[in-house]
Design a protein around this ligand. Sequence first.
Ligand SMILES: Cc1cc2nc3c(=O)[nH]c(=O)nc-3n(C[C@H](O)[C@H](O)[C@H](O)COP(=O)(O)O)c2cc1C
Length: 368
Amino acid sequence: MNSAMSCDADPTRAMTEDDEVSDCSDDGISPEIRRLLNTPICIGGRTVQSRLILSPMSGLTHVAFRELLAGFGGCGLMFTEMCSAGAVPHENRRVSAVFRWRDAELDKLVCQIVGSDPAVMAAAARRIAAEGFFGVDLNFGCSVGTICRKNCGAALLKTPDLAVQIVNAVRRAVSIPVFVKFRTGWEDRPQPAADLARRFADAGADALVFHPRVAPDRRTRPPRWQHIADVRQAVTIPVFGNGDVFSGPDLERIMRVSGCDGVSLGRVAVAMPWVFAQWTVGVAPGPDIFRYTLLRHLELLLTHFETRIALRKFRQAALYPAAMFQYGHGFYKKLRNAPDAEQIVAVIHNFFDAAPRSMDRPNMNLFL
Ligand SMILES: Cc1cc2nc3c(=O)[nH]c(=O)nc-3n(C[C@H](O)[C@H](O)[C@H](O)COP(=O)(O)O)c2cc1C
């Protein structure tokens, strides 16, 4: 790789060199919530140190991104992209685009599976347990047409008995922690979700990640954080809230409104992978953190994937940090049009050399 492509400085150092621990006033998180975020939590008999966890995201939470994230610290658990349960038992980790990991991350890594047959889901979970993952996560939340048409993801919320059977089958198959990620369902009432949460817990789920939106809603309307409270009150297992947490004040609010045990961060984690460290222990990011992070992300993608795939994945991910800047749209367009890694690096340097203005919240036209 061209030396100009590698980072001049380690992004973690760029963030920690001041080693500042804020008293929360800067990022809007109170000492009380920060203390809670750093209180270890027990999931299925195993301890997780931080209550901020990474959401599973297709095309984004691959092995390269997770290595980037792990470098910053502060993240309690990381989730893979969704993996087809039918494929997992036979998948070659050296070849698979999604069922791929570093051994060093296994103790914090949960593998998400998608499918609708209890026996197939159980077989996938057995392989995941045998490989040494921290846990297995069942995707009952994805509402994209290609998944729902196969009666998978959020479609399973229309057949709660089958969803519960899946939890049961996976629970009987493995002793590692079992997570369920689900959403409000197909009607905008919290009660069915709370009832289902109780059934998932009774069937042996160890933790829930709840996204309070109805299924056809996708991400167009704000999530109803207060509905997380209904799910939280229905069960005694940990409940992680999820949805539209983009800033410290959002994090403070979702935790106060819902009383959730922790929060799963999605898009903001791709935009600013250091937020886990920033929001848990108050480490202040260095001034050039976005530049270093983009360069390091690209470098890691080129290490883990063949060039064409690495560049495609980089272009998908770059949307999120670009959304944090004024004129980020133009920056993103240039990144998307740059034909190779060297030109992507040049675009990154040109943009940040001009000292662009970053924003407190993302441009939602880009943050899809
Ligand atoms: C590009 C993209 C891919 C996603 N892929 C998955 C997935 O594979 N499995 C899943 O359960 N959720 C998936 N999600 C949903 C996220 O896990 C999360 O619930 C959603 O982005 C809301 O959280 P956020 O507002 O913090 O981003 C995806 C979201 C995005 C933006």
